[in-house]
Write a protein that binds this ligand. Structure first.
Ligand SMILES: Nc1ncnc2c1ncn2[C@@H]1O[C@H](COP(=O)(O)OP(=O)(O)OP(=O)(O)O)[C@@H](O)[C@H]1O
Ligand SMILES: [Mg+2]
Length: 335
């Protein structure tokens, strides 16, 4: 099907990607919520847009809200609108995103970040199409299809009491999980050529020269924690650093910060070998709590370094959820 204008094309031919596209096409026409889950940069937003444009609502509005970008009270009025005088600064009545998405689709990005109170209002708006504007008493009705988007493990969040089970159940009519790029290596050369050619055109150069075998292998060997967004940056950087001649592109730089002059990290390096513990009876009194906290902090720092500061990967490494890791990083002031 033709792409709606100004929507970038979704590229991919690997079996995992084609399977997902097939599921997207099947879910699109149903007037039910959909949950889109996937690591950062995997294309969730683009896929959300495709769900809308393949649905019967395609001529209606496609509205997106990032639930992580706003403080709790602001998010509530962003979603549900407010009446004049609802709070200081609310001079005029304002429609919320649910109302703006009437007869269309509302994409709730980073939905795990919404507060329990907002989640409760979301559930009612999704389930019964009913809500009140902030500062208003009148129940309003809306017909917006909701797509929830997240890169965290929502069932685990619900188990931990941070996400409402009933909202999860409602959203999970169909759950589409976007595979990370490293699980579909066949798409890497395809996407690399696509982004390379597009950026060569944007720079006003001639034809895209393509990559050497060595560069291709490097792209295939990388594990892409930032997925398609990272691939796009790496490819565009390689194109722009390449002399505008017809030679194949060979130099690929994955880390734009790489430099011998990079300032040293402020985090002290842990000792290489753990110091062996002295026998118990020879020990001075020990503050076990402090020692455990120190060990926890050291392991978190090590996991972050080992995973190039990809917090999701570090969390997996430590057997924690992303939010648990974030909580402990805050506790130990690890940045
Ligand atoms: N299959 C694809 N084909 C072409 N471009 C893609 C594809 N997947 C992702 N992209 C591009 O990669 C970038 C990231 O995609 P997008 O913003 O949809 O990811 P996301 O999963 O929403 O990321 P985040 O979790 O960080 O919000 C965008 O520039 C998007 O156009
Ligand atoms: Mg996104």
């Amino acid at each position: 099907m033709a792409e709606p204008q100004d929507l970038p094309p979704l590229i991919g031919e690997s079996p995992l990607f084609l399977d997902l596209m097939e599921r997207v096409s099947r879910a699109a026409p149903l007037d039910r919520p959909v949950l889109l889950i996937g690591e950062r940069g995997t294309g969730k937003e683009l896929i959300g847009a495709r769900l809308h444009f393949l649905s019967r609502r395609w001529e209606g509005p496609f509205v997106r809200v990032n639930c992580a970008a706003l403080a709790e009270s602001l998010l509530e009025s962003e979603l549900f609108g407010h009446e004049a005088g609802a709070f200081t600064g609310a001079v005029r009545r304002r429609l919320g995103r649910f109302e703006l998405a009437d007869a269309g689709t509302l994409l709730l990005d980073e939905i795990a970040n919404a507060s329990p109170q907002t989640q409760e209002k979301m559930l009612r708006a999704i389930e019964y199409g009913a809500f009140e504007r902030v500062g208003g008493n009148e129940t309003r009705h809306v017909d917006a299809r909701v797509i929830g988007v997240t890169n965290v493990d929502l069932p685990a969040e619900a188990e931990a009491g941070r996400f409402r089970h009933d909202l999860l159940d409602r959203l999970a009519f169909d759950v589409l999980t976007v595979p990370p790029l490293r699980a579909r290596p066949g798409d890497i050369p395809l996407l690399a050529t696509h982004f390379g050619a597009a950026f060569t055109g944007e720079l006003g150069r001639g034809a895209f020269p393509g990559f050497t075998g060595r560069a291709r292998d490097a792209l295939l060997d990388h594990d892409w924690p930032g997925n398609v967004r990272e691939l796009r940056n790496v490819v565009e950087r390689a194109v722009y650093r390449h002399p505008p001649d017809e030679s194949l592109i060979d130099a690929i730089s994955f880390d734009p910060f790489a430099s011998p002059f990079r300032p040293p990290t402020a985090i002290p390096k842990p000792p290489k070998e753990p110091t062996p513990s002295p026998p118990l009876d020879a020990m001075a009194p020990v503050d076990l709590g402090a020692a455990m906290a120190e060990t926890e902090k050291r392991l978190i720092e090590q996991a972050l370094r080992a995973n190039r500061h990809n917090q999701k990967a570090a969390a997996r490494h430590l057997g924690l959820t992303y939010h648990q890791l974030r909580g402990r990083m805050r506790k130990h002031a690890v940045t």
